[in-house]
Ligand binder design. Sequence first.
Ligand SMILES: *[C@@H]1O[C@H](CO)[C@@H](O)[C@H](O)[C@H]1NC(C)=O
Length: 302
Amino acid sequence: MKVPSVILVLIVCLSAATPLLASSAAGDVVGKLTVGYQGWFAAKGDNSPRNSWIHWVDNSDHPYKDHQKFDVWPDTREYTHTYQTGYANLGNGQPAKLFSSWDKQTVDTHFKWMHEVNILVPIYPKMNNIDTAALQRFAGGVKSDPVYRKLLNGVADNVRAGAEAHGPKFYVMWDISGWNNFATEIIEDYDNNVKSLTTSKAYAHQNGKPVVCIWGFGFNDRPQNITGALALIEHLKQQGLYVVGGVQTQWRTDTTAWKDVYLKLDMLQPWAVGRFGGVKGAQDYKPTLEADHNTLKQHNIG
Ligand SMILES: *[C@@H]1O[C@H](CO)[C@@H](O)[C@H](O)[C@H]1NC(C)=O
């Protein structure tokens, strides 16, 4: 998901949330509170395979002020390792350091926080901490670039260890942004790099199946291999997986060939970030969500 984020982006799984309304029994995603976990930060000096600033800046040489691309300075006090940036200090004398997702202790801390956090969702009183993290996998390049592959897999191992230690479950969410060969390469990536994660006791399951997600179906500015998407979903289902799709907001009224893709998924996650604002905007959006929910219920889709 190409959205500004520091650590966690709340992704909307609440639509399928209450066991009363959902089309399948509670598991690790239905009836649970899920967040997206990017895990895409790296720092110069972190001993990672790239050893450079990744995702903090536009220019990976050094995070000078003009190149910064994050909104809020993260609280780094609980991390054992942090890395000096180009800023002298935070303006209050504190060192201006950032973290790396390559550091196991940092990711472990994030999973500890997910377990401890107390989120008040009045209509879902049982959801006070985060149940599940969807590890984003921007894996275009995973095949051609062994250094990048090592980085991605190292962060995934950190996520696995953090989840096993603290309780939240995790699953892998591929993002097809800019990834023209996603249809064939996700299959290879699953076989070579992801399948082994599903044996973790912390790997999320739904309806008895390990959960995976592919994000980016139906967006104009994402790859348009629709036959490839259909074959991919079918293949992953045949592997015994529960397949979630991150889909565009107006999926239900889509008249393009993508319309045949949506209802092949086990669960849909329509993109909602930035689609409404304020209380009035949320109220206006409610009928859309209800209509989505009714359609999916008819098809027994989450
Ligand atoms: C679409 O995906 C299929 C695999 O399902 C692949 O064989 C085909 O080459 C892809 N098409 C394009 C245009 O990338």
